[in-house]
Design a protein around this ligand. Sequence first.
Ligand code: GLU
Length: 416
Amino acid sequence: MNQTNPFAIAQQQFDEAAEILGLDDGMRQFLRMPQREFRFTLPVKMDDGKVHVFQGYRVQYNSARGPTKGGLRWHPDETIDTVRALAAWMTWKTAVVNIPLGGGKGGVTCNPKEMSEGEKERLARAYMGAAARILGVTKDVPAPDVYTTPQIMAWMMDEYEKITLESHPGVITGKPIPLGGSQGRTDATARGGIITVRETAKRLGIDIQGATMAVNGFGNAGQYAALLGEELLGLKLVAASDSRGGIYNASGFSAREVVDYKLSNGSLSGYPGADAVTNEELLELDVQVLFPSALEGVITKDNAANIKARIICELANGPTTPEADLILQDHNVFVIPDFLANAGGVTVSYFEQVQNTYNFYWELEDIHRRLDAKMTQAFADVYGEFQSRGNVHMRQAAYLVSIARVAEACRLRGWV
Ligand code: GLU
């Protein structure tokens, strides 16, 4: 098994759970592969006048429970296999929070950090121009992910409406609020994760008020994890890192000040009153709660045994390899698995779609209350499975809950 190919990992995780569930062969074969995949060549005129041809992808992994749903990632390392894995995880994610959607994912191989606003807009419009035929509220609905923003969603929605000559705000979620975005979408991924940490602490009987946290990856999810961890749970931020490295101070930072510094400075480096730490060192710090919030594959068989956190809340997709999962289980580290921990984002995306369809918008308190209810229930379902089985870890328990729901929908449709 290739421990660095995310789709091979996603399939291994699925196979293990399918075995425990005793799924029949036909269902296994069907659910371990995407239903549909698309690749687009996207010619974009760059600021220097030359045309650059980008590669774009969209994978509709499974639509048994509803239209496929999932973000668009713009990253230099994007490949069809990262998109396939992320699309699979979206399928299990929408199922674990029990919303009537399937799973999909898209991406473009590019480096947005080196692109101007104009180049990004032209790429966003080119992607929608190519993908419009396979997207739509009743088909497949994208959203933001790594390095894509509400502004990019706005351009894509606009392009879709130019193509269809109709208003279709629900074709994409994570939009700016004046264009039909939802209250509470921006911090929803982190807020959902914080709710799962709260539920974990209750089940494990840990008082986490004043306990320490470290955040690996300081983009949208990581920043809000720090802010909401402090605000809602009283956690103390002692370390944070971004792609250029990290900062550490045992007596703790003000999350607000660290976030403001990152936003005005572009990176964490040079933050006053902090020791420098690498991303690798941050993962091994002696903290109560660790939030891997960047990319996949950061916790592996090489560092899992050194992890000292009591709770890992996976805000990133796929941060832990299957070998590392077993080591963490042996070391009694409680892992809140990615597609449960970070399901708050897609849950509020779903609320956004519902509001777009109604054309009637909810207050922030309504969003928070409904998000809390969904996350608390999802956590209870997975924890219940974890406890009743006794011999599985939390990721396997989450897979068991989700796969059973997706398989049931496939059966009821008469597909398998
Ligand atoms: N990209 C986010 C995720 O991985 C959100 C997806 C969505 O809102 O559709 O869950």
